[in-house]
Write a protein that binds this ligand. Structure first.
Ligand SMILES: Cc1ncc(COP(=O)(O)O)c(C=O)c1O
Length: 470
């Protein structure tokens, strides 16, 4: 079958297939110009940097210089046969800024790809040790680890349900545990420590019931993003998972694709887990992405701890195959330049301070009067607002009301970009707005985000009231 494509309005197979949707025209600093339905919206404050990506904001002249130099000095070769110095230097930089937790890294092109690679690395780790039966993967409900089939198999959320036929064996290979979601699931009668204890007991029971000798890894997002809305782990939770993984000889895998690489670090360094774990309790393997290249290049990575690397060194010492664009010289050189600039200008510390200030100001404003905001939560530069029908019961909005995406649209009309996520169909999580601004924001920017967010919350609350939905 052939057709004329002459009158098509969009030639892209993404989002809405029949319409081009919004298109970014340009960006300077924390503002972007976006064309929507033929109208250019100028100077929209980008409070989510795409999807928690743009650490250095847009149109950074230093990055253009870094890119120019990188383009001139990079030559492509197939990476598993001929490597390059930029990839080595970026690995050394990340390792040097991770408190001795990691000793090796692999660079790839997306967060999904990094989780795919983590799964392959974990599988080979057990083969190197002569433990072929360790295959089961434990991960959490309402989690998101990417869009490729292996990464989706680690994930449990409504978005992946249609693809179940192509996922790993969801009974015998993927094992689901509860999410850690203090706002909604800590019982009123429980302390935070009690809640942690309950979650860890569940994990240990699952490990024992499923035979520890067959369990390969536990994977969790240090601070879940799009799936649950930046729900910080309850006290002692990650430490407890670390201890159980050590006890039962299981790999502890943290997914920091969205929350990591400087977005939420309290010490001016890179990893989000430093909020909760000592370096000696670090994950055995960690996946990262997003802010690594700050949106200027497509880069993500897998960081590998000594336990895993040693097994390879004492075993075959070899990894067969690889992606065409793994450890891409240009991407690695640009990411390294971006990370060095962030470090030199102390921007991780700025993000942590400004992000926490943003959360405090949002709480003060939004929770002070009657509206649909039920909870403001997050860490540093990664914050969320959860919308609820009733603050006391925390009842979720019905998914058909589309509250999260509508909130995003209202914010846009008010000159603010946020991410608006819908509720879960079963009411296990309500609609959320996600904020993940650039690391360069100052207090004036924080105030502008708060003012525009509050205006949008008020407007949507009024609309829902008029409709009789709230
Ligand atoms: C925690 C987490 N892991 C993995 C991914 C997948 O990353 P990508 O979209 O770059 O493939 C995402 C994307 O948002 C994520 O939030």
């Amino acid at each position: 079958m052939t057709i004329s494509t002459e009158n098509q309005t969009s030639y892209l197979f993404q989002g809405n297939v029949t319409a081009p949707g919004s298109q970014v025209v340009s960006g300077k600093g924390i503002h972007v110009d976006i064309e929507k339905d033929g109208v250019v919206y100028e100077n929209v404050l980008d409070a989510v940097t795409g999807a928690a990506v743009g650490a250095l904001a847009w149109g950074d002249e230093d990055v253009f210089e870094i890119m120019d130099k990188a383009a001139r000095e990079s030559t492509y070769q197939y990476p598993s046969l001929i490597s390059n110095k930029s990839a080595e230097e970026l690995a050394k930089f990340y390792i040097d800024n991770s408190e001795g937790a990691f000793c090796s890294a692999l660079w790839c092109c997306s967060g999904s790809e990094s989780n795919e690679n983590a799964l392959r690395i974990i599988r080979q780790y057990y083969l190197e040790r002569g433990l072929p039966n360790k295959v089961k993967l434990i991960s959490r409900e309402s989690s998101y680890h990417g869009f490729t089939l292996g990464a989706q198999s680690l994930s449990w959320n409504p978005r992946i349900a249609p693809f179940e036929p192509y996922l790993m064996d969801r009974k015998n290979v993927n094992i689901k545990i509860s999410c850690a979601y203090t706002y909604r699931y800590k019982k009123k009668t429980e302390t935070e420590e009690d809640y942690t204890h309950r979650l860890l007991q569940e994990l240990e029971t699952k490990i024992v019931e499923n035979d520890p000798d067959t369990i390969a890894a536990v994977t969790v997002e240090t601070l879940p993003g799009s799936s649950l809305g930046t729900t910080p782990p309850p006290k002692g939770y990650l430490k407890g998972i670390r201890a159980l993984c050590t006890k039962y000889d299981i790999i502890f895998h943290l997914d920091e694709v969205m929350c990591g690489t400087g977005r939420c670090n309290p010490n001016g360094r890179l990893n989000c887990w430093e909020n909760y774990l000592e370096p000696s309790e670090a994950p055995d393997i960690q996946t990262v992405g997003k802010t690594l290249g700050s949106g200027y290049v497509t880069i993500a990575g897998v960081l590998i701890g000594p336990k895993i690397r040693n097994a390879y060194v004492q075993g075959s010492g070899a990894i067969a195959g690889g992606h065409t664009y793994s450890c891409h010289s240009f991407n690695c050189a640009v990411a390294l330049g971006v990370q060095k600039k962030i470090k030199k200008e102390n921007l991780t510390s700025n993000m942590f301070k400004m992000g926490n200030l943003l959360a405090e100001k949002l709480k003060d404003v939004l929770l002070a009067y009657d509206n649909i905001a039920g909870d403001v939560r997050g860490v540093g530069g990664f914050q969320s607002i959860e919308f609820v029908k009733d603050r006391n019961t925390k009842e979720a909005f019905d998914i058909s009301l589309n509250v999260g995406p509508r909130f995003k649209a209202i914010c846009f009309e008010n000159g603010l970009c946020v991410m608006g996520m819908p509720a879960n169909p079963d009411g296990s999580c309500s609609d959320r707005a996600l904020l993940a601004p650039s690391f360069v924001i100052n207090e004036r920017d924080v105030d502008e985000i708060v003012e525009k967010t509050n205006k949008s919350v008020k407007e949507l609350s009024d609309i829902l009231k008029k409709e009789g939905s709230w």
